[in-house]
Design a binder for this molecule. Structure first.
Ligand code: DQA
Length: 138
């Protein structure tokens, strides 16, 4: 069985309540239940943290044994050299995802420390971005 993990960064614990015009009104837990039931042949773990170092710890923990990591580093995408370096250091492929199309938003969202070290990038499809990432890893 393939072992994947979705890692969500800061403020993504508020999905469903947070700026629903941009991020939708479904909570991530609801969405995850749906996706897990659609892909029973895959093990999909989930981790969320608002803390940069905890995201790095998790990448290091799973990055030598899992088959794929789906990472939405949220605001840290645009600021974190440390998360970029963690991805360089591990072996498991990382797919960068974003719910919104960051290129249609403020300039500071146009730069990513993750993209140059990700296997691929999927953005702008709402929560479906995560599902497309799962499909790409299967
Ligand atoms: C986001 C886009 C980021 O710019 C933002 O900081 C987020 C969410 C997205 O999924 O669209 O928190 O990663």
């Amino acid at each position: 069985m393939k072992k994947l993990i979705i890692i969500n960064g800061p403020n993504l614990n508020l999905l469903g309540k947070r700026e629903p015009g941009i991020y939708g009104s479904l909570s991530f837990t609801e969405f995850l239940e749906e996706v897990k039931s659609k892909y029973p042949e895959v093990s999909i773990d989930y981790f969320q943290s608002n803390i940069e170092g905890e995201l790095i710890n998790k990448l290091q923990e799973v990055g030598f044994s899992y088959d794929g990591i789906i990472l939405n580093a949220a605001a840290y995408t645009h600021t974190s050299v440390g998360i970029g370096d963690a991805i360089r250091a591990i072996e498991t492929p990382v797919i960068e995802v974003h719910i919104s199309n960051t290129y249609s938003r403020e300039d500071f969202r146009h730069f990513s420390y993750i993209s140059p070290v990700a296997k691929g990038v999927i953005l702008g499809f709402g929560l479906q971005s995560y599902e497309l990432a799962i499909q790409s890893l299967l």
